[in-house]
Design a protein around this ligand. Structure first.
Ligand SMILES: [Zn+2]
Ligand SMILES: [Zn+2]
Length: 244
């Protein structure tokens, strides 16, 4: 379909990411408008009327910028990936875990800095924290500079793997994109977790939801590891106790 493999790789990745944004939009509509989910909300409140549409201009701008910059970056960064067909399942699994772990580690420190630095919190990260009770697609309701800096996480993993002579396979990268976007959509859904809390060290929706309702602590988004190591984990039970 495309003349060059670089163009094909960049186009498929961008199309995949766009489809996941579209999923996030549908997920938001369901969570906000289907009555069945009202009883499953973590914060048990209703969304303000017209909230989704009020958020759409910045979400749309971010989606456009993200897809455009990704397209250009992946086109020119084609050689940093392995494109030798589909590898064994365990290689894909190891590579996906490697990207997610490095991405989550980077995100923890970067996100904590955005809270510790009052200027950054007020002028940059404060945009994302307009969401007290988030809806799924609000994972890209952020200051454009914030997500731009945030994209260093996965690319750090890609550069490290490349530097050690084991470049990330394109299929592993695509699977990482699917998992990361679906997980972000889930932890911003405000819907009580049914099975994510059964997986050891995986942060359920309650973890990040609490970060939005009470924005101190729970800085990691995928794993609970760094919040436990640096004692920044908060739990809803602790918040309730303090309120008493
Ligand atoms: Zn968030
Ligand atoms: Zn935050």
């Amino acid at each position: 379909m495309f003349e060059s493999p670089e163009l094909q790789f960049a186009a498929i990745t961008v199309l995949l990411t766009f489809s996941l944004f579209l999923f996030g939009f549908i997920h938001s509509l369901i969570v906000m408008y289907v009555p069945f989910f009202e009883n499953r909300r973590i914060q048990g409140k209703n969304y303000k009327v017209g909230l989704l549409w009020k958020r759409m201009p910045l979400i749309g701008l971010n989606a456009f910028l993200l897809l455009t910059i990704n397209f250009v970056g992946l086109y020119f960064g084609y050689d940093f990936f392995n494109h030798d067909g589909l590898p064994a399942w365990w290689i894909i699994l190891l590579q996906v875990l490697f990207i997610i772990f490095l991405d989550d580690s980077y995100f923890y420190f970067y996100h904590k800095f955005l809270h510790d630095n009052k200027w950054a919190l007020r002028n940059i990260h404060g945009v994302h924290h307009q969401a007290i009770m988030p809806f799924p697609l609000e994972y890209i309701y952020v200051h454009p500079l914030e997500w731009f800096m945030g994209t260093f996480g996965p690319f750090l993993a890609i550069f490290v793997a490349f530097a050690f002579g084991l470049p990330i396979n394109q299929w592993a990268f695509w699977l990482y994109i699917i998992i990361r976007n679906l997980h972000e959509s889930d932890i911003h859904s405000g819907i009580k977790t049914r099975f994510m809390n059964k997986i050891p060290f995986l942060a359920p929706a309650e973890h990040h939801d609490l970060h939005h309702s009470r924005p101190f602590g729970n800085y990691a988004s995928t794993f609970l590891i760094w919040d436990r190591v640096f004692a920044t984990e908060i739990k809803s039970e602790d918040v309730k106790k303090k309120k008493r």
